[in-house]
Design a binder for this molecule. Structure first.
Ligand SMILES: NC(=O)c1ccc[n+]([C@@H]2O[C@H](COP(=O)([O-])OP(=O)(O)OC[C@H]3O[C@@H](n4cnc5c(N)ncnc54)[C@H](O)[C@@H]3O)[C@@H](O)[C@H]2O)c1
Length: 257
């Protein structure tokens, strides 16, 4: 799909990857971009730079997503592309308190469910639409030092696959973004973390990879090309892959046993 002339919603637009998506989509000639974030001031800064509209929304609350989609469809027009990009990280293992598991689950997974629930009927009725869901390389390869992040990002990939296989015949296109480390607020001070083992990418090439993948209407957005080889190694020999991940955990993990 070409982005020129399209109405686009981006969550997590105040900062990092979401902000870069807004800038890059605007450069492609998008008709209008709704810049959505919990941080309204940050969303306003992004929106004013690109002539978009800012919305202060907590994507971890179902009603707020439903209301956002209703408002954008009413005030701006039919949404062509919805980017569920806002996400958080929570460090730790199974000891992480349930409230924190629930919070990251709602933001990293349920926000994608709620957006799809509201948009699939609308998009299907008009012959199609596009969902771009931000997961992570951690959604394919897991995350040393963070069970909640690794698990929720896997769930985000699983949901994106499910949406693609279930609604593809209704014209719904789905892509899932799975980068390794990107230089944003989320990774500030973590330059020596395991996710940055292959280096830190700037947000701009990540947004560029999104544009190229959406143009090609392909499922997987992989800004870090090495991720496909790690995936191949995993499917080739799962036990050897777990052994390699244990080595990384010994080197980088901070989980107490
Ligand atoms: N930075 C990386 O290395 C990296 C790698 C892989 C995937 N990701 C994913 O990319 C996405 C964007 O992260 P980023 O690196 O740009 O981080 P970031 O912290 O720079 O941006 C995330 C934005 O999401 C917003 N946000 C957080 N919770 C929200 C909520 N409940 N409702 C609305 N907005 C909320 C924040 O205010 C922030 O502006 C996330 O889903 C993250 O998991 C990041």
């Amino acid at each position: 799909m070409e982005l020129k002339g399209k109405i686009i919603v981006v969550t997590g637009a105040a900062s990092g990857i979401g902000q870069a998506m807004c800038q890059r989509f605007a450069a492609e000639g998008a008709k209008h971009i709704a810049c959505v974030d919990l941080n309204l001031e940050g969303a306003q800064a992004t929106a004013s730079e690109i002539g978009g509209t800012a919305y202060g929304v907590n994507v971890g609350v179902a009603d707020e997503i439903v209301q956002l989609i209703e408002t954008v469809e009413r005030d701006i027009g039919p949404i062509d592309l919805f980017c569920s990009n806002a996400g958080i990280s929570v460090a730790g293992g199974v000891e992480v308190p349930d409230d924190d598991w629930q919070r990251i689950w709602d933001i990293n997974v349920m926000s994608h469910v709620w957006a799809a629930r509201a948009l699939v009927p609308l998009m299907s009725a008009r012959g199609g639409g596009y969902l771009l869901n931000t997961s992570s390389a951690a959604g394919l390869l897991n995350q040393v030092g963070s069970a909640p992040y690794g698990v929720t990002k896997h769930a985000a990939v699983g949901l994106a696959e499910w949406l693609a296989m279930t609604y593809g015949d209704q014209g719904i296109k789905v892509s899932v973004l799975c980068p390794q480390a990107v230089r944003t607020e989320m990774t500030r001070g973590h330059e020596d973390h395991v996710a940055a083992i292959d280096g830190m990418m700037e947000p701009e090439p990540v947004a560029e990879a999104c544009v190229q993948t959406i143009r090609a209407e392909e499922f997987l957005v992989l800004p870090h090309k090495e991720v496909i080889n790690y995936m191949r190694a995993k499917t080739d020999n799962y036990d050897r892959w777990i052994g390699g991940m244990r080595k990384l955990n010994r080197r980088f993990g901070e989980i107490e046993t």
